[in-house]
Design a protein around this ligand. Structure first.
Ligand code: PA5
Length: 448
């Protein structure tokens, strides 16, 4: 089997290859810090050897639990926010038929998401959709106390119990949370739900290869063993003993850090396949939450091409030169489609007749890359052979490992997220949560 590849030659002219190579020693040092746990945030390195340490019995448990939900549900609601839903959604969307929810003959439940926002209309519409449907819930929260998923769970649990009865509902709810702490753990124990543990040393954005990602992905009908095997392969490839030139995570981390030092403050993750839209959302969280601290860090953005070439294309080609792009290039599509010949040729497209749609897409990709490089936008390319579980597993681990290396090169703790608490404090103060009396008083005074 092939592996994902990185190509940085289109950063030439912006970043000298020798300069990237000069990171070899510092990358080796920070990679060692990850592996010997001597760096910042070392309590959260559970993801590092996760792929190679997942056991057969754990995978069987995931698969059996998924089977119960598959056999009993038309719809499964995955409740979670941030790292507790983005990884599952990224993989499921990448592997699914684009019109999945419209398929009538389904072998697996439709997967929908809740608790990732506080949209009243969203929840109303979801509950309306679920009325009289056989549905199940996977409730995911490491802390077990996050407001958004807790609200969604409160609503949907009640609905499920009303529709199915308490006893049946209990079998259709799975909780994924801390092993002993948090409201979700207490509730799960009290109600007797099937549970999976999120280990203390795995942070939300690094948790897709834990039950947080694996269970929803398995319920959606995808092969979690292949996903884990792909990740395990990358664990080896990006390991401590791989020479710098052969380690894609090392090259990616070094190149983006050097670009950042040269004023390229924004990285745009580009895809030419709409199935990767949510993969980019997952990536944005991984890098944004890991590196954006101490008033430092590349701003992670994302675009879907060619769609966004008709909106953001102008800015990227001609706007402020503070950006670089990382293109995820999918080598092979799942299906083949040819541009048809048309006698009248009123649209002038007969020059494309007989060509694969993907050939047109690939020329758009190449043409855009050349135009953007000419326009002053360095381009990195990550090639993935196909959107399959095995390669997505590789891509996930590659980005995780590179993120750890990159964060340490930047000099931050890539594994904490102190900044996400500020909005919560204000929200609780405004909502007059018990225990927030002082903050409520202060925020009211501020708003006067
Ligand atoms: O990466 C993170 O740590 C966050 O995005 C969390 O995953 C998110 O805030 C949800 O937290 P929890 O799983 O505790 O509900």
């Amino acid at each position: 089997m092939k592996n994902i590849q990185i190509d940085i030659k289109n950063t030439n002219g912006f970043v000298d290859e020798k300069v990237v190579k000069s990171y070899e020693v510092s990358v080796k040092n920070v990679n060692e810090m990850l592996h010997n746990g001597s760096g910042k945030g070392s309590d959260f390195l559970g993801w590092l050897h996760l792929p190679s340490s997942i056991t057969e019995s754990h995978l069987s448990d995931i698969e059996q639990t998924a089977k119960v939900l598959q056999e009993n549900c038309e719809v499964v609601v995955v409740i979670g926010i941030g790292g507790s839903y983005l990884g599952a959604k990224a993989v499921i969307e990448a592997l699914s038929d684009s019109f999945d929810w419209l398929q009538k003959e389904r072998k697996t439940p439709v997967i929908v998401y809740a608790g990732q926002n506080i949209g009243e209309d969203y929840l109303y519409e979801l509950q309306t959709l679920l009325k009289n449907k056989k549905f199940g819930i996977i409730s995911i929260s490491k802390s077990g106390t996050t407001t958004e998923p807790a609200i969604a769970f409160r609503l949907l649990k009640t609905q499920l119990e009303e529709q199915q009865g308490k006893e049946a509902a209990q079998k259709l709810i799975v909780a994924i949370t801390d092993k002993s702490r948090g409201a979700l753990r207490t509730l799960a124990t009290q109600e007797g739900y099937k549970t999976f543990v999120i280990e203390d040393n795995i942070g939300g954005r690094f948790s897709v290869l834990s039950p947080v990602g694996l269970l929803p992905i398995a319920v959606a009908g995808y092969d979690v063993r292949k996903l884990v095997n792909g990740a395990a392969e990358m664990e080896k490839v990006c390991g401590l003993n791989t020479p710098f030139d052969e380690n894609p995570a090392a090259i990616y981390a070094a190149t983006r850090n050097e670009l950042y030092r040269q004023g390229k403050k924004i990285e745009i993750l580009v895809n030419y396949n709409p199935k990767l839209h949510f993969f980019a959302e997952w990536w944005k969280q991984l890098y944004g939450e890991s590196e954006g601290k101490e008033h430092k860090g590349i701003f992670p953005a994302a675009t879907d091409f060619t769609t966004d070439l008709h909106s953001m294309g102008q800015w990227i080609q001609d706007g402020e030169r503070t950006i670089f792009e990382t293109v995820i290039s999918v080598e092979n599509t799942r299906h083949e489609k040819i541009v048809p010949f048309n006698e009248a040729n009123l649209d002038g497209l007969n020059f494309l007749a007989g060509k694969r749609i993907d050939q047109v897409n690939k020329m758009a990709e190449l043409g855009t890359m050349l135009a953007h490089v000419d326009g002053g936008v360095p381009n990195l390319k990550i090639s993935i052979p196909a959107l399959e579980e095995y390669y997505l597993g590789q891509l996930i681990y590659f980005f995780e490992k590179a993120c750890g290396i990159s964060g340490y090169l930047l000099g931050v703790n890539p594994f904490d997220q102190p900044g996400v608490e500020a909005y919560k404090k204000n929200m609780f103060a405004l909502l007059e949560k018990p225990g927030y009396e002082k903050e409520t008083e202060a925020i009211k005074a501020k708003l006067k």
